[in-house]
Design a protein around this ligand. Sequence first.
Ligand code: CA
Length: 437
Amino acid sequence: MSRVIDETHDPERTGWPQGAAGHGAFPVQNLPFGIFSCVDRAPRGGIAIGDQILDLGRLAATGLLAGDAAEAARAAAHPTLNAMFALGARPRRALRRAIFALLSDRRHEDRVAPCLVHAADATMHLPCAVGDYTDFYAGIHHATAVGKLFRPDNPLLPNYKHVPIGYHGRASSVVVSGTGFRRPCGQTKPAGQDAPQFGPSQRLDYELELGIWLGRGNALGEAIPIAEAPAHIAGFCLLNDWSARDIQALEYQPLGPFLAKNFCTTVSAWVVTPEALAPFRVKQAARPVGDPPPLPYLHDPADQAEGAIDLALRVTLLTPAMRAAGLAPVTLSQGNARDLYWTVAQLVAHHASNGCNLASGDLLGTGTISAPDPAGAGSLLELTEGGKTLIRLGNGETRSFLADGDEIGLHASATRPGFVPIGFGPCIGQVQGSVGC
Ligand code: CA
């Protein structure tokens, strides 16, 4: 099971690398995986520690690692983490524990310090070559709020509480945090017009989601039992499912999202492991009275007891005018990953339940995570009630949907008394001029 508390969560331990002690996101208790490059190094696997990155290939070459940990470090010395994730949970956990021991004990500093680079000198890349990307719809408050815009009396469709709703997304347009993207063009039908027109989307939106990186996959034709699903998850990221609401409104029936969603999806650079999140796993909220229980293939007592993640989420906006004036980004909303109707293990088990083969480096999105309170909505569609109300920013600007130059940041942090807080690092994307239409 994923929720093992061990010495790597000891709040008394600190990392010796620069900036590690008291770091808001990457203390030694986190140790997320990512792919970085710098002037003298091609893209390769690393681990974030404070303000620095530990080069896993160079660490493997020191001879300080042995067994599973050494195997995992060697597998990470590539331009993607797919091979390391394919090894499964045991080598990954062994590597994290070995690195924790090295980075929390100054006796190893002389030999390990040459494997560190300053994060400020590095460029981050996608953690994996994404073979397949699937987006779910497990945020029930989002599904309810969006449903209300179209069906005030019956916001949730009848299948929602029986089956985790999802669709296959587009892997080729998944980009890492910091990558700009073009406003999409498409067919839209403004109110009052009889026929669609083609042009830049006027209702460009973001969606606050948690991303799930697949570890070891399953063979085609073989399901993943829910009790085994946690062992197939390599880690988590923040995911922004950019959405063109006007294109979506015209195209989504009867087959669902297509061009309104597949032009760009942004993920945060670091893969936060299930091991690092173990102290922050909590009981899945009890379903409201009258809701159907999950079918047996989606029910596991251990998953119900600790399958939710207490992860605080926040969305920020930085407009060009704010940037020019030197203002800080403004917070648009705050939520928590606990507000998912289905656990991440249920999403994985459901995806493979028909024999669909998942592969290491596949990416799943949970669906937009909104809080029960409308002010904690995870998209502009909800915050502006379908574009009807304007959001007033502190500098006097207003927004209904995103303008060119706007930068959206997603942020996550986990805290619990008795444990050192950890973060995910930001998921940032900026709207650039439109695709040529
Ligand atoms: Ca979505």
